[in-house]
Design a protein around this ligand. Structure first.
Ligand code: SAH
Length: 471
């Protein structure tokens, strides 16, 4: 099967449809939408067809099919529940060199109708060549989620400017480069925000300054590790990037979403092991964007949660580089969900606090009295090194040493591991926990026994049991 794909302009063109039941109705709907003049052969019309006939939207030829009904139509669709009748139409169509589509009957089709993703004027058709329509529909659904709703509006704007672009930029290759850059640039983001005027102004500006394109930086939250937790915006930004600066925390699965020809630069920094310094990262972001590149700064979790996204955005603002922020699922949300620990629960935690065990200004002391309050969940980022001190301070300020605690390591990843115990044993639990690790303190941790759902690495589960015994 090697079908030739095409998009037909049916506006005002007659088409023959056999059948006027539920199945035929779906066919008629899409034909009418395309503006076809639908002629129906059917013993009787269902109420919808009847209404269409009354309104003059379709023409009913009666119950008899005559071969010469095919003479002045462009193609036929056989959608009755009578195989023999459908076959008669197909055979007559073959003899008269007309295309015919028969519903759900591959051997009576000279053309098939694809599953369609409609972002008019952009349309994407998926076909399995009459072998597995359900599979084609499944792919349609997947693609549907990947193609933003505003794509149609972008296509319409592009259509409006097509001639102007052709007049200004010589050479097909140059024009292709212009359009590629445009669709991956701020133009896309502006259209996505529904700001079509600004998008059009951006198009005009890029056309004006073609060759001197200005880059941008997108601060993207990569989520805690499982690539399925990326947002659609994040995925699109990663795939559009010319260069990606990423943390050590960003998982390989997420990085594998990059274009193969894009540059990948690790600027990871983990407590203890210094890689590229923050000032150097800031400098590189500005430098690459100034070269007109689409720069993605990819950060574990969310860029604005203990991620220095705020500092980087400030630098970009000062350097006058356009930027966007795409939030991600922060580790506190991802790791607890995959560990089966609800952050709040009406019975035992009315609030959740996200704190860091590590701060830029040494000597800065958190308000331990507030942190030690009961009926709340405390989530500590970067907390394993200072776990002993944290536990001690919380207990000194009134939190019970028996408060349940969990340490979630490599949350949401296949090698996630979780250990649970009591606040008084937190430092021992933390000592052996693989990193990155997140400390969760509060009664909600005890719900894990009931709510645990994610399959964790068996080797780590053994450790889990040892700790349980120790606790
Ligand atoms: N911006 C990130 C946090 C960066 S700070 C976010 O929003 O998630 C780094 C800390 O995040 C680590 O020390 C650890 O406490 C936590 N962390 C990040 N990813 C994690 C993961 N997959 N599992 C557990 N903790 C994680």
């Amino acid at each position: 099967m090697n079908h030739y794909p095409l998009f037909a302009d049916l506006n005002g063109r007659p088409v023959l449809l056999a059948g006027a039941g539920k199945v035929a109705e779906r066919k008629a709907e899409s034909l009418l939408q395309a503006g076809a003049a639908v002629r129906v052969v059917a013993r009787e019309l269902n109420p919808v067809f009847q209404k269409w006939a009354d309104e003059g939207k379709i023409e009913w030829l009666g119950s008899e099919f005559h071969d010469d009904d095919l003479d002045d139509v462009f193609f036929a669709v056989a959608a009755t529940d009578d195989y023999a009748f459908n076959r008669r139409i197909f055979q007559a169509a073959e003899q008269r060199a007309k295309l015919c589509n028969t519903v759900d009957t591959a051997d009576l089709c000279s053309f098939t109708v694809p599953a369609v993703i409609d972002r008019s004027p952009l349309k994407i058709a998926v076909s399995s060549g009459a072998t597995a329509p359900v599979l084609a529909r499944k792919w349609r659904q997947i693609i549907e989620t990947l193609i933003p709703l505003h794509t149609g509006q972008m296509a319409a704007l592009a259509g409006k400017w097509r001639n102007a672009v052709k007049a200004k930029i010589k050479g097909t290759a140059n024009r292709r480069r212009f359009w590629e850059n445009l669709f991956d640039s701020r133009f896309n983001a502006l259209a996505a925000q529904g700001n079509l005027d600004a998008a059009e102004a951006e198009l005009a500006a890029q056309l004006d300054g073609f060759g001197a394109a200005k880059g941008e930086v997108v601060l993207v939250g990569a989520g805690p590790g499982d690539a399925g937790l990326l947002t659609l915006h994040a995925l699109q930004a990663i795939q559009a990037a010319d260069v990606v600066f990423h943390d050590a925390l960003v998982s390989d699965d997420v990085l594998s979403m990059m274009r193969k020809d894009a540059d990948k630069i690790s600027v990871g920094k983990r407590a203890g092991s210094h890689h590229v310094q923050q000032e150097e990262t800031n400098r590189l972001l500005v430098e690459y964007a100034r070269q007109g590149l689409r720069v993605v700064r990819l950060k574990g979790g969310d860029p604005f949660v203990f991620g220095r996204g705020g500092e980087e955005a400030q630098v970009l603002r000062q350097a006058n580089i356009p930027y966007r922020i795409i939030p991600g699922i922060t580790a506190a949300l991802g790791a607890t969900a995959y560990a089966g620990i609800p952050l709040t629960h009406r019975d035992c935690a009315q609030s959740a606090l996200f704190v860091t065990g590590h701060s830029k200004h040494d000597g800065h002391q958190p308000d331990w009295r507030t942190l030690a309050l009961s009926n709340q969940t405390l989530v500590v980022y970067m907390g394993t090194l200072k776990a002993a001190e944290t536990a001690e301070k919380l207990m000194a300020h009134g939190r019970s040493g028996d408060t349940p605690v969990a340490i979630v390591s490599n949350g949401t990843l296949p090698h996630q591991s979780v250990v649970t115990g009591r606040l008084k044993n937190l430092s021992e639990l933390a000592e052996n926990a693989p990193r990155p690790a997140m400390i969760v303190i509060g009664e909600v941790v005890s719900l894990r026994d009931e709510l645990k759902w994610f399959q964790e690495n068996p080797a780590q589960s053994r450790l889990h049991t040892l700790h349980e015994q120790a606790a």
